[in-house]
Write a protein that binds this ligand. Structure first.
Ligand SMILES: Nc1ncnc2c1ncn2[C@@H]1O[C@H](COP(=O)(O)OP(=O)(O)O)[C@@H](O)[C@H]1O
Ligand SMILES: [Mg+2]
Length: 294
């Protein structure tokens, strides 16, 4: 279990909610994915065993699967060549990647195949999500006829992200990049969702992050199609009109909703059974998708 990495051999340059980032050289970072869980944008005090390994394994699986469709941030530098300390290597080896540092595009590329969460709320209020008009009388968790692109702008630390219209994305990065990112996101989501369904998992929605490389080419960064960046539902119990069970942190969110907590830091401790069940859900999603038993 790893709540926070503190490598001696490299300089930590950033600590996100889940990831610790170290400088490798001018062009590269080492990203260590911890077992921290953030819910409602607050990092909870209890780590979830093996969660960081799951996120790393699942992301790497998709990066590889879609490598002919989209470039990704993984570099070919070996971890062993960077981390010489055997003990440090042992702690981080199954949860680390060495990546190209890229200029992150200033929005989250969200694709929704089902109407749920903030999208469901927005639909109930306006009949649309991020300016995309939807048919009337959709039920909660209903599948959309075709997946939609519903970007959000990344908030500063401590703030919640904000759903925006596609025009806002054009303002931010120009029409050409905006359209490429949209089309690429929808295409990858569709293919991933189709594959996942065969593994018994519905990917209801997902969030991608992209960067630009030195040739202004679009590169998939951060994590991809994980239970943290997506809603994963078990196919066999799914029913439109009801709030689905899930393989992701929705399970923890549901528990947190039963507490009298104002959703501001510090977050509450989790009971042991919630920690264990959450870990099992992450591990099961990983095994179903990648075949890897961690
Ligand atoms: N290859 C990359 N180049 C630049 N930024 C990246 C890259 N991969 C990930 N990131 C950024 O690093 C951070 C990852 O840490 P994370 O814990 O997920 O942070 P956050 O709390 O912002 O979600 C994110 O801000 C993500 O946008
Ligand atoms: Mg993140």
């Amino acid at each position: 279990m790893l709540f926070e990495s503190n490598l001696k051999s490299l300089k930590k340059v950033y600590q996100g909610k889940v990831r610790d980032i170290y400088e490798v050289d001018e062009q590269h970072w080492l990203i260590v994915t911890s077992d921290r869980l953030s819910a409602f944008d607050v990092v909870l005090p209890d780590p979830i065993p093996k969660k960081g390994m799951v996120l790393t394994t699942v992301s790497n699986f998709w990066f590889d699967r879609f490598s002919s469709k989209v470039k990704n941030h993984l570099s070919d530098i070996n971890l062993e060549d960077i981390i010489k300390d055997g003990q440090e290597l042992e702690i981080i080896k199954d949860r680390s990647v060495i990546v190209r540092k890229l200029k992150a595009l200033p929005f989250e590329a969200i694709v929704r195949g089902y109407v749920i969460g903030s999208g469901w709320k927005e639909y109930q209020n306006t009949g649309s999500i991020c300016g995309v008009a939807l048919p009337p009388n959709l039920k909660q968790a209903q599948q959309l006829e075709s997946p939609i692109f519903t970007p959000s702008t990344k908030a500063a630390v401590g703030d919640h992200d904000e759903n925006v219209n596609f025009d806002k994305i054009i303002d931010l990065v120009g029409k050409e990049i905006a359209e490429s990112v949209r089309d690429l996101s929808i295409e990858i989501y569709k293919q991933a969702a189709e594959y996942a369904l065969q593994c018994g998992i519905i990917i209801a929605d997902t969030k991608f992050e992209f960067g630009l490389d030195e040739n202004n080419e679009i590169v998939l960064i951060d994590e991809a199609l994980t239970p943290d960046s997506s809603r994963f539902w078990p196919k066999d119990t799914y029913q439109a009109g009801t709030s689905p069970k899930s393989y992701d942190k929705q399970y923890v969110r549901d528990y947190l909703e039963t507490l009298d907590w104002n959703k501001k830091a510090p977050g509450p401790n989790l009971p042991q059974d919630i920690i264990d069940n959450t870990s099992m859900k992450y591990l099961e999603a990983c095994e179903r998708l990648t075949g890897i038993k961690l």
